[in-house]
Design a protein around this ligand. Sequence first.
Ligand code: AMP
Length: 398
Amino acid sequence: MDKLSITDVKLNNKRVLMRVDFNVPMDSEGNITDDSKIKESLASIKYALEHEAKIILCTHIGRPKGGISEPKLKTDKIARRLSELLNYPVKKIDACVGSEVEAAVAEMEEGDIIFLENVRFYKEETANDERFSRELARLADIYVNDAFATAHRAHCSTASVAKYIPISCAGFLMQKEIDYFVKLLENPKRPFLAILGGAKISGKISALLNMIDKVDAFLIGGGMAYTFLKAMGTPVGNSLVELDQIEVAKKTLHEVIDRTIELILPIDHVIGDKYNANANIQIVTRGNIPDEWESMDIGPKTVEMFAGYISRAKTIVWNGPMGVFEFPNFSNGTFEIARRVNDSKGTTVIGGGDSIAAVVQSGFTNNITHISTGGGASLELLEGKDLPGIAFLTDKRH
Ligand code: AMP
């Protein structure tokens, strides 16, 4: 899946439609509370500016109901913030398609930046309406997709518009995600370790099965570990178990045995007497969770065992927290694994909305090779799926 990148394309004097993900968090008045998402695409915007493109920026913000305009979700404040960050004028237009936009684009000079309105004010966007895709496409000679976090959505501005523009390429942010989640999986340095956690086995099993012929070992924590343990006949008390996934878990364990890889499950647990931040807690070894208690974190012996694998690995992919890290009494396992992954000298890649939140909360991020900007999108890449936002980009010719 080698796709054109922004550096492969001549941008000079070209009309460039760049889809960014500036879906920033805002307070109740619509003020931006964290502008990281804007900063993440500055490299692509600056590159296009340096190469004298005519830049037309497009993003969605929030989920406007029925595609109807909501003042709070307009892109004005975002365009203003971008202008401050670039120290450069950014012209806001109150539409995405139509005569007003086409007239503004026709007047653009090299190095001008136009910011379109919230693309989800058009219900056609999420309906993946062909006519709307074509109308967007009419604005540009080149499409740059830098919105990785929405690359798994088959919407007009994130995917289908690329069908109607002659050249479509990945921005720097998108390229980085492709490099770490696709190319890394194709050719990892070994030992290659996948750490999987999170609530449910059903949410991660496709990713696990897709990686089964690629990894040397899986470390399994979080709620999903208990369906595996139950499938092995180990008592798990009241821990989260998906009964309808027991057969899947058994089959997966057999698949692992058939290969020369390992699937490592927790050997001790931090358990609580109820699913609550203030639950009474105990640490018990595998097989010793009392009936009324549930495991909400991996125990200290498991952390040390996992740490051994982590220190030997040359490539690590991590998706899903090791426990209910939102409750301080059950966050230690996840934060300790974050610390050990951060200490790794190998290539370390973290994806998944909750794992990213947990790792950022742990503070152990400075040495991580790549923290994904897309939870759902990165999981789908681990599952081996083609993301619409990448699939429609122009193939590189060798
Ligand atoms: P996911 O989105 O599938 O990665 O799941 C993340 C969620 O899994 C987090 O909100 C955690 O609180 C939850 N989680 C992790 N471990 C457990 C556990 N042992 N029991 C219940 N929920 C868990």
